[in-house]
Design a protein around this ligand. Sequence first.
Ligand code: KPL
Length: 306
Amino acid sequence: MLQESGGEGLNIGIVGGGAVGLLLAAYLGRRHGVTVYTRRPSQARQLAEHGVALKKDGETSVVAVRAQPFAGAELDEPLVFVTVKQYDLASVCAQIDAFRRVRTLVFLQNGMGHLEQLTMFADKNVLVGVVEHGAMKLDDRTVAHTGAGKLTLASRYGSLGDARELREGERGFPIEWADDWERILVDKLVVNAVINPLTALLQVKNGALLETAPYRDMMRQLFDEVRNVLPLEDANRAWERVVRICQKTADNYSSMYMDLANGRRTEIDAILGYVLKQGEARGAMLPVVRFVFCAVKGKEGRETDG
Ligand code: KPL
């Protein structure tokens, strides 16, 4: 059944029609008016005509959304989520005039290294966030919610602005607020640095990494090198978080698995590439990180996502 997009809430823009963009549209669209800005006009047409479909626990619900191609768009929503992959962020930011009327921008990229680009929006409220949900894009308008997690948001510039209105989020899609933007990004970076490349190379779901001793050992070795060069408050808690997210998203194929499987570019530069740079700055040899980084680089394709 097609549920009308919520009229009583905010007007929200979502840039990017990948798994995260569709997941947000499906949940936020229940209460708020949502417009999805896509790279391909054909995806925008599909979404505008048929809505976004959410598959969860064997059931499908459909929410009506507005949609249009991002190229040439002038966004007039006060609150906009940018969900494109990190490597597509530069081309989105290049269309800076598109965001003239936006008051609050929320960036949801994996990895680090994209933060310098956000300074160009420093006159707005800028938030960064991390998504700990398992989500899989099944087609241009359908997303499967394969692992319940949370969305954590923190302010980078300005205040929380229009995002304050999101409160605790929707049922099944909780939102948490954090004070320290760097902490949430580093914590998520560790998770992505361990789970994503290993699941992609071994061609397994997230949960399988915990199931056999050799995979678990490999996770631990990768984790130990990563944590040596990142500013972690508590390494034990960081490891526990990796294990917990692996369990919570056990039935999920990681985004890097999906990227490699579909011949796309991956976010490995923003994830392990960033870790390697931190290692170089500290004179630390990171043989496992380097090996895993090179193995993913050797397999990744050229297509971009969303
Ligand atoms: O963020 C993810 C990703 O796949 O990019 C996790 C949390 C590992 C879920 O798969």
